[in-house]
Design a protein around this ligand. Structure first.
Ligand SMILES: NC(=O)c1ccc[n+]([C@@H]2O[C@H](COP(=O)([O-])OP(=O)(O)OC[C@H]3O[C@@H](n4cnc5c(N)ncnc54)[C@H](OP(=O)(O)O)[C@@H]3O)[C@@H](O)[C@H]2O)c1
Length: 217
């Protein structure tokens, strides 16, 4: 697949991009500035020469050209503006959002004032026909950076379309994780909130990698 990572210059998007490129996907690191996207792509190429041909960097809009999947990897504060500028280019595309809305105190669950999940807000903004799936909210960037590191976590996946969620389950596997269908997009509210819970656990236990496993499947 060709995967465009909007805001892929940050630690979460670049870590996922590196893993997907190593798994054989074409990954474009998107940025508000083309040079920054190119620079981060070059750094990832240097880190993983075997996947260099699968990595490139561009501005967010150019990154979307021909992409099968778009990944929204910007802070929640930049979500609305980012989507507004890319609405046409995103039409009909699967948008995988990894965005977590966090308040001033990151270890306390904070919800957007709309009462919706950030992922639902994205779907509403994109309008009819939007294909939004939420995943990776609970996977710390710390886990992703080293592609050799085995991630002892499951990925909860929320979305309204089974086929789109199946694509994301495959992307979880490509990044070295098990994806678990966690229901409709409205459930993303809880999944997004769980990140604050994990941040609090990290702080109290002085660790960087608290994660979730679903048992019984
Ligand atoms: N870090 C984690 O451990 C983690 C874990 C799970 C989920 N997440 C979520 O995943 C998303 C990405 O995480 P991250 O840590 O990689 O984020 P980040 O470093 O704060 O931001 C990612 C990229 O977004 C762009 N950006 C920053 N502010 C922006 C704005 N106001 N408007 C538009 N673009 C903006 C920047 O790219 P350019 O300057 O190149 O445009 C930046 O490199 C966030 O929503 C975060 O909550 C993070």
């Amino acid at each position: 697949m060709k995967i465009a990572i909007l805001g892929g210059t940050g630690p979460e998007g670049s870590g996922l991009g590196l893993r997907w490129a190593l798994a054989g996907h074409q990954v474009v690191i998107g940025s508000r500035q083309m040079e920054k996207g190119q620079q981060v792509a070059a750094e990832l190429q240097a880190q993983a020469p075997a996947a260099a041909a699968n990595l490139s960097g561009m501005d967010n809009l150019s990154a979307l050209e021909g992409a099968d999947v778009a990944v929204l990897s910007v802070p929640y504060s930049g979500q609305e503006r980012t989507l507004a500028g890319l609405q046409e280019a995103l039409a009909g595309k699967l948008l995988l959002t990894i965005v977590v809305p966090l308040g001033e105190k990151a270890a306390r669950v904070w919800r957007p004032p709309s009462g919706l999940a950030a992922a639902e807000e994205a779907a509403r903004q994109l309008g009819e026909g939007a294909r939004v799936v939420a995943a990776f909210q609970n996977i710390a960037a710390h886990h992703l950076a080293d592609p050799e590191h085995v991630i002892d976590c499951d990925v909860l996946i929320c979305g309204d379309d089974k086929a789109d969620k199946q694509v994301v389950i495959e992307l979880c596997a490509a990044a070295g994780m098990r994806g678990v269908d966690a229901g409709l997009l409205q459930n993303a509210s809880v999944v997004e909130g769980l990140t604050a819970v994990l941040i609090g656990i990290n702080i109290r236990h002085k660790i960087k990698h608290a994660g979730l496993r679903i048992t019984g499947i």
